[in-house]
Design a protein. Structure first.
Length: 447
């Protein structure tokens, strides 16, 4: 396909650049780790490599060097629709070049050819207990597809290193093609009548999710799907889901193993559940005021009470961002256009106006602005997808676009097995002994 041809040219160029830098400047130190970072999840340590996306603290998420608002504007869109083809986004993430309409449709058509889910995967999902979390079902479904991995098959037959990216691309196209259908199957089995529909070849990848959960009539929701999957597609590779995928893939585990691991990480309450927590908090406010909007003074008092109890405001603050998340803004504009009379959206708007000044006055939070999760659940809820536990699956569908793009490039650059060295607490104490005061520490302490 044309995408593979373009990608091959990019890979040769970047591979040569990396090898030259390693040969000439391989011993240059790029980052140092403080003791504080060591014990706080390595926050802020420049340790991982990805050209797919980057989060600028004061400008937000960039895809291939372009801010989200420009990406939304420049990518080709279905006729009469406000938001782009996911196929165009995928081509852009892989090559760094804004695709033509033909480029976007090539990916979309490839996905349509590969979208069918094997019957045995559906049967696995149907036989899982009704209490199974939808993210468990999603991870299991991805893993169940592993038997068709071209990477695994070719590796067993003597796959050349320089061809690893090619079969990783094949696997990535296979899996991403099926992602909306897998999510829809889980939704219909867990929350609906279990009916599994075929994709509509007249619809694009994103809109097909709406079709598959019996919302094909809802053009507004189709466009929300395009927006939702785009803004969740990637966020660097330092977050748990992307890092888990890259770590597993560094062992030459294929895309299916890697993406299943990524979804397991995304399922964690500190990662993918945030959109659910934000929506529950907003609904709690409405419930506390008997289903009506509070006044400005009442909401300010509620926020202060929340903070004084030692709790955080869900959806506000971010590990990196020090500005309003542009992904929040994109969804906020969607809400103003389509949800202006919705009480829940009006509450989102009120919180947006009230919370940052309060957090600034309190002075404890480093990040005081809304992130992507502060509004995403509200939009899904308004459009009728009200099953909170399912929101992380939708997050995962979008995120697999960025994850698989990174995996393809990791194999192209032949990145090695990721294996950092661990040290003991005694070693840390020993290294700090000459420069730090340990007089208050029990020298015989061990853990």
């Amino acid at each position: 396909m044309e995408l593979a041809r373009k990608l091959e040219g990019k890979i040769r160029e970047v591979y040569d650049q990396v090898r030259y830098m390693l040969a000439v400047s391989g011993e240059i130190v790029l980052s140092q780790v403080s003791l504080q970072q060591f014990f706080s999840g390595n926050r802020g340590v420049d340790l991982l490599l990805s050209d797919i996306s980057f989060v600028d603290p004061f400008d937000g998420l960039h895809y291939r060097g372009f801010p989200i608002d420009q990406v939304l504007t420049k990518l080709p869109k279905p006729k009469g629709c406000e938001f782009p083809y996911a196929g165009g986004l995928y081509a852009f993430l892989l090559t760094g070049e804004f695709p033509t309409l033909e480029d976007a449709l090539e990916v979309e058509d490839t996905w349509k050819e590969k979208a069918v889910i094997p019957d045995y995967v559906i049967e696995i999902l149907k036989t899982m207990p009704s209490t199974t979390h939808p993210m468990t079902m999603f991870s299991q479904a991805i893993l169940a597809l592993q038997g068709q991995s071209k990477f695994a098959q070719n590796y067993s037959n003597g796959l050349r290193k320089e061809d690893q990216w090619k079969v990783t691309l094949e696997d990535s196209l296979e899996l991403t093609a099926k992602a909306p259908a897998l999510a829809a199957a889980i939704y219909n089995i867990k929350y609906g009548n279990g009916k599994i529909r075929e994709i509509d070849t007249n619809l694009d990848w994103s809109a097909n999710f709406a079709h598959l959960i019996l919302k094909e009539w809802d053009l507004q929701y189709q466009d929300l799907c395009r927006l939702f999957f785009l803004v969740h597609a990637d966020q660097g590779v330092g977050n748990v889901s992307a890092h888990a995928a890259c770590l597993v893939n560094s062992a030459l585990s294929d895309v299916y193993y890697s993406c299943s691991a990524a979804m397991n990480g995304l399922a964690g309450p500190l990662h993918g559940r945030a959109n659910q927590d934000c929506l529950e908090w907003l609904l709690k406010i409405l419930h506390g005021f008997n289903g009506t909007l509070p006044s400005k003074d009442e909401l300010e008092k509620f926020v202060w009470n929340t903070l004084e109890q030692g709790k955080v405001i869900p959806g506000y603050g971010h590990a990196v961002l020090r500005c309003t998340d542009p992904r929040f803004i994109a969804q906020y504009e969607f809400g103003k256009k389509y949800l202006a009379d919705d009480d829940l959206f009006q509450l989102v708007d009120m919180v947006y106006q009230i919370v940052p000044p309060i957090l600034k006055k309190q002075g404890k939070a480093k990040g005081i602005w809304p992130n992507v999760d502060a509004i995403s659940g509200t939009l899904q809820y308004h459009c009728g997808v009200k099953q909170f536990d399912f929101y992380t699956v939708l997050f995962g569908v979008g995120r697999m676009l960025g994850i698989t793009a990174n995996l393809i490039w990791n194999r192209a650059l032949l990145l090695p097995l990721e294996r950092p060295q661990s040290i003991t607490l005694e070693m840390v104490k020993s290294r700090l002994h000459d420069t730090s005061d340990f007089s208050g520490m029990n020298p015989d302490f061990h853990y």
